[in-house]
Write a protein that binds this ligand. Structure first.
Ligand SMILES: [Zn+2]
Length: 491
């Protein structure tokens, strides 16, 4: 007997690592199968590209709701009137009326309407009979006393002028009038701006006026003044350039057409032992573009398999693993945001109306477009060096024997993900993924399937990196959810 027992013990000891390894392998293959099943479902044509306010939204949130409920999450809205789903009302605006009148010394100066474009981000903006100040290329902002109440006339400069425009408006200008050079015509600007701009309903809108005029039309309006576009261009070249009052006044009016979208953020919660000790947040946007290809093509749906069915799949599998593990001290909130593609609007709405005071969120992790990298790649931290989380993230990486990619090149994407909206409200938010550690790979995605109907589930869908991301986020949530690892602030 004794000998047999010893032999059995020896055998079982020898087997232990092999058993552990095969269990880990099995878990990994279950994880990958689950990720693939979620992505295949959410990116199927039935969801019609998961556009906010459509049947695609209903199907998406119903699918996620069922998954999260079965996993054992509870509603995290902390609003008995709206279990699981927080309404978010969005307003889309597209340019409608554009009108401009020019005058000199009270007399009308004729400028053809087709040579001027007036745009506003608000519902209607009107500026009457304001003087114009030529500010050159718009690189230096004139003193407020000089700029206030005036229209800043600016050269186009061949690069994106929105930053210079905003600087002028911030500096006190009532409107910005850009003289288009040979690189753009009024028609190009019109087609660039035809797209709807979205915002959260009920928010104070800027009544800013952004206006454009062709060089020929401005020259015509300046006839007889001794001023000209060529003269302005020459003056703007000078090192000692100072703003020049233009011998013209203008009246601008712009209106927009509104469309309203009623959509939702979905919020689940895994209850901790000490909900007073703060919360960990995991988020991924559920929305995409709906039908985005020109009508003539046979596949018009932007299915958004990578962007961001993959993030929803990862978030759901993180929730499953955390729900199975011993209870954490802190609550973990899971947020599927709407309106990310329209400008991080669901995340912004969440931050403006959070289910838990934002100060109590010890760490937020956003997950977007994860199914790009193979297994075993280092993780990039988007938002590295911008939050107090770096040291703890490095500690989790050591614990997990995983590498964090050095440097912060991936921060180039920081403003293009939902975490950015939270960072604007001082929530420590990062996006960690192996997808983003090789920028060449990211670039190939951006130049390829990104925001196109080809972002569909393909036979070679790579899920190794996504599975790594899930494992790492489980470790991160367990670390940040543990009061011993991350004590409550002020204690
Ligand atoms: Zn996107």
């Amino acid at each position: 007997m004794g000998r047999v027992i010893a032999l059995l013990l020896a055998v079982s000891f020898a087997c232990a690592p092999a058993v552990a390894a095969s269990r880990a392998e099995k878990e990994r293959s279950v994880l990958i199968a689950n990720l693939r099943a979620h992505i295949t479902e959410l990116a199927s044509d039935a969801y019609d590209g998961r556009e906010p306010g459509t049947e695609g939204e209903t199907l998406t949130l119903r699918y996620l709701g069922r998954q999260w409920f079965d996993i054992g999450l509870e509603s995290g809205t902390n609003d008995p009137g709206h279990a699981w789903f927080t309404p978010v009302s969005l307003i889309g605006r597209e340019p409608d009326r554009s009108a401009a009148l020019f005058s000199r010394k009270g007399r009308r100066v004729a400028v053809p309407g087709s040579a001027v474009l007036v745009l506003t981000s608000g519902k209607r903006s009107l500026l009457e009979n304001a003087p114009i100040l030529f500010v050159g290329k718009g690189d230096a902002i004139p003193p407020r006393a000089e700029l206030a109440g005036r229209i800043a006339l600016m050269l186009d400069g061949g690069r994106d002028g929105s930053e210079r425009q905003n600087a002028m408006l911030g500096g006190g200008a009532s409107a910005v009038l850009t003289v288009l050079d040979s690189s753009r015509t009024i028609d190009t600007v019109v087609s660039q701006r035809r797209r709807l701009a979205y915002g959260i309903a009920g928010e104070e809108l800027g009544g800013d006026l952004e206006t454009f005029i062709s060089a020929a039309a401005l020259d015509r309006a300046l006839t007889g003044t001794g001023q000209s576009v060529a003269g302005f261009q020459k003056a703007a070249q000078r090192d000692d350039f100072t703003p020049i009052p233009v011998d013209l006044n203008a009246t601008f009016e712009a209106t927009t057409r509104e469309t309203r979208i009623n959509t939702h953020n979905m919020i689940g919660r895994l209850l901790g032992k000490r909900p007073d000790a703060g919360a960990v947040l995991i988020m991924a946007h559920w929305d995409h573009f709906g039908r985005c290809a020109p009508q003539a093509t046979d596949h018009q749906i932007c299915n958004g398999a990578i962007d961001n069915a993959s993030g929803l799949a990862a978030m759901t599998e993180i929730a499953r693993r955390l729900a199975r593990a011993p209870q954490l001290d802190r609550d973990v909130y899971f947020v599927a945001t709407t309106g990310e593609e329209l400008g991080l609007l669901g995340a912004e709405a969440f931050a403006e109306n959070p289910p838990v005071p934002l100060k109590q969120i010890v760490a937020a992790f956003n997950i977007d477009s994860v199914a790009l990298a193979p297994a075993g790649q280092p993780f990039a931290v988007i938002g590295a060096g911008m939050t107090p989380l770096d040291v703890q993230i490095a500690a989790v990486a050591r614990q997990q024997k995983r590498k964090i990619a050095p440097g912060n090149a991936a921060n180039a994407f920081v403003k293009r993900q939902d975490g950015w909206a939270l960072m604007q409200h001082d929530v420590p938010a990062v996006m960690i993924s192996s997808s983003w550690s090789d920028l060449g790979r990211v670039e190939r995605f951006m130049n390829g399937d990104y925001h196109r109907p080809t972002d569909r589930v393909k036979p070679d869908l790579e899920l190794g990196g996504a599975a790594d991301d899930v494992d790492f986020h489980v470790a991160l949530a367990r670390w940040f959810g543990d009061l011993k690892k991350v004590p409550a602030a002020g204690k």
